[in-house]
Each structure stands twice: as C-alpha cells, then as structure tokens.
Design a protein around this ligand. Structure first.
Ligand SMILES: O=C(O)CCC(=O)C(=O)O
Ligand SMILES: [Fe+2]
Length: 353
C-alpha cells in the first residue's frame, strides 16, 4: 500500500515549507464572511491554499488503492488504454510520456486520469474505456470521489463568482456537471529514490479552473509571485492543497492567480518512499470560450489595466477543449520538437507582468 499521509516520515527540520493560508471548508459552506475573505486573499495572491474540514480525505486515499491495482497490470495491457499523442488527457499515462522541460526530458512518473464524464455516466462510456479494474472500482471508489470533489469545487466556484461581482451562477454556468469537460481525476506515482534534483513534474500552471490535491509526501514546490526561489508545499494530514488554474485566471481577467508549480523528489528521508499524489481537476465545459467575463465591472477594471501582451494571454477566445488539447498535445514526449513545443504547452504564465 502507498505510505499514508498519516504515517509520513517526519518533515526534515532543515527544510522550509511555504506557509499557505488554511481555509475551513465548513465555514465556507456556512457563508462565513471572514473565511470567504481569506479564500479570496489566497486565490488572488499565491493562488494556493490548504482546505481543512473538507470531508473527503478517505476518498482521496482510496484512489491510490485503485491506481495501485491498475499499475500492477502488465505494461502491454495498460498501454491499450494509454492517453495517446493526440491531446486527450484521459487514460493511462506510462512513464516518460510527458516532457518536464524545454529540452524535452521525459518524466519519471506513472499515472492514470479518469474523466469526470465517465465517472458520472458509468456504466455508460462517455469519453473512453479503461482497464477492467477501473470499471470494478467505479461505483465504490471513483464515482463517489468525483461527486465529493464536484461538491467542493462547486462551492468555491460560487464563492469566487460572487467575489468577482458576477451575476449569480455565471461561473457555474460554464462548469455544469452534465456538460462534457476535461474535468478529471489524476493519480500519480513517482518512484522512490529518484535522483536528487530530477523533475517528476516540470514547472507548469494547471490547465483548468480549480485543482484539489492530496500528497503522501513532499516534493510539490511553488514559485511565489515576485520571487525566483522554488519553495516546498508541505502536505498536512487532513488538509487538501487547492489551487487556481489558468481558466479561472482567464475568466477573472487575471484577478485570480494560477501559480507556477512543479514536483521534485521528496525532501530528506521522505525520498526513500514512493510518492503518491491524487488530484481532481475541475475544468470548464468543452465549448466554453476562454476569455474574461467583462460584464463584471471589477473584472473589466482589472483587465483594462493589464499590458496588451497579458490581455492577449488571458483572452484566447477559443473553446476550452481546444486550449486543453493544444497544451496536452505539446506535453507529450513523442510530439516534442524543440523549445517551441515546450512554449506551446505553457499556459497563462506567458506574458505575466
Ligand atoms: O503531485 C503533485 O503534488 C502535483 C501534481 C501537479 O501539479 C499536476 O498534476 O498538475
Ligand atoms: Fe499542477
């Protein structure tokens, strides 16, 4: 079994971790104004925060058990369900299929992504098929996981909607649960004893709206705005790590910050263990055009102050699926041609003021 977050080897005392705001999900649900302000503060500055009292820790950990069963299958069997090089992110991801830097170095992690649409429509296939173990574990593990994550992301999306002074339900209207989207679960396993300094996941901003994350070990790092030093984010038992993705930055005219992050081997003695990570990516409906909601005076004012280059980066105007497919495609090792492919898988960090 993956080493659980509750049996973590001690965080090394000489390694500093970046402080994130701790937001209480139950207080958000109750409409607590001070907590909502703190969420806004986190979303508009670092773009990362801890979320406690979210009521789904076991659901995240159960996903590791699901993936562990899947990863045990022969490679030949798993490869029948690989994501492929056409820009789809659903399915199995074999080691080495994503690039981690502009030089095109391959990643060392194994992963599996399951579409929100497949989890909700099971046993009907909406987007693609998966190995049998995914079907077996859909009703007891995967679908309940997706349902819980939808509850959490919908709550925070509505709060951001209101803080952005958008008409009620504007952001929700482009994140409807029954609209097809690139929303998905992602389970990643990075092997123990990676070479120190090796990248497990290269520096990136997340493609979608909000990401929910549980790690059993450290290794995630953020580059806080205005700095040049990568800082660890320490996994805390009972706390989700949440972050803003690019599409929320675009919808908000840059007010909400999708911050750059990466994954390196876990610090200190933690590096002797396999690193498991479970993410839920909330992403807009496939057909939603990516541009700021300028009907909010707050968003319009913020957007108008940006440089033309940054405005262009935040207003591609293309449907969400097109943006996602382009980035995903250029992430694939087989499609790597040079530094331009790396640039093409980048997101709103381009043109950042
Ligand atoms: O594994 C992690 O801690 C983060 C993974 C990540 O950033 C991603 O998959 O987008
Ligand atoms: Fe990420």
């Amino acid at each position: 079994m993956p080493v659980s977050i509750r049996e973590l080897p001690e965080w090394p005392s000489d390694i500093e971790a970046h402080p994130l705001l701790v937001i209480d999900y139950q207080l958000l649900k109750e409409g607590n104004k001070a907590e909502i302000e703190r969420l806004w503060d986190a979303g508009t500055h670092l773009g990362f925060w801890y979320l406690k009292n979210y009521g789904a820790e076991q659901d995240f950990i159960a996903m590791w058990a699901m993936a562990e069963e899947l990863f045990k299958l022969p490679l030949e069997e798993k490869m029948k369900y690989e994501q492929g090089d056409d820009g789809m992110s659903f399915g199995y991801k074999a080691i080495g299929r994503y690039i981690v830097d502009a030089a095109g170095n391959p990643d060392p992690v194994e992963g599996v992504d399951i579409a929100k649409d497949d989890a909700l429509s099971y046993p009907k296939i909406s987007r693609r098929s998966y190995p049998g173990v995914v079907g077996d574990l859909m009703p007891p593990i995967i679908t309940p996981f997706v349902e819980k994550c939808l509850g959490i992301t919908d709550t925070m999306i509505d709060i951001f909607n209101d803080k952005l002074e958008l008409p009620k339900g504007t952001l929700a209207s482009v994140h409807q649960r029954n609209d097809f989207s690139a929303s998905e679960t992602r389970t990643i396993k990075a092997p123990a004893n990676l070479t120190p300094g090796k990248l497990a996941v290269g520096g990136h901003t997340d493609f979608g709206t909000l990401s929910l994350l549980v790690n059993n070990l450290g290794g995630l790092q953020v580059l806080p705005p205005g700095t040049t030093e990568w800082c660890y984010v320490r996994p805390l038992p009972g706390h989700l790590i949440c972050n803003v993705g690019d599409t929320l930055t675009m919808f908000s005219g840059g007010l909400l910050n999708s911050n750059i992050h990466r994954v390196i081997p876990p610090p200190g003695s933690q590096s002797k263990y396999d690193r498991w990570s479970q993410v839920y990516f909330s992403r807009p409906s496939d057909t939603a055009p990516l541009k700021p909601f300028l009907e909010s005076p707050l968003i319009a004012e913020a957007f108008n102050k940006l440089t033309p280059e940054r405005q262009k980066a935040l207003s591609p105007g293309v449907p969400s699926y097109e943006w996602h497919t382009r980035r995903q495609k250029n992430y694939r090792t087989n499609n790597h041609k040079g530094a331009e492919t790396w640039a093409a898988n980048r997101g709103t960090e381009n043109g950042r003021a």
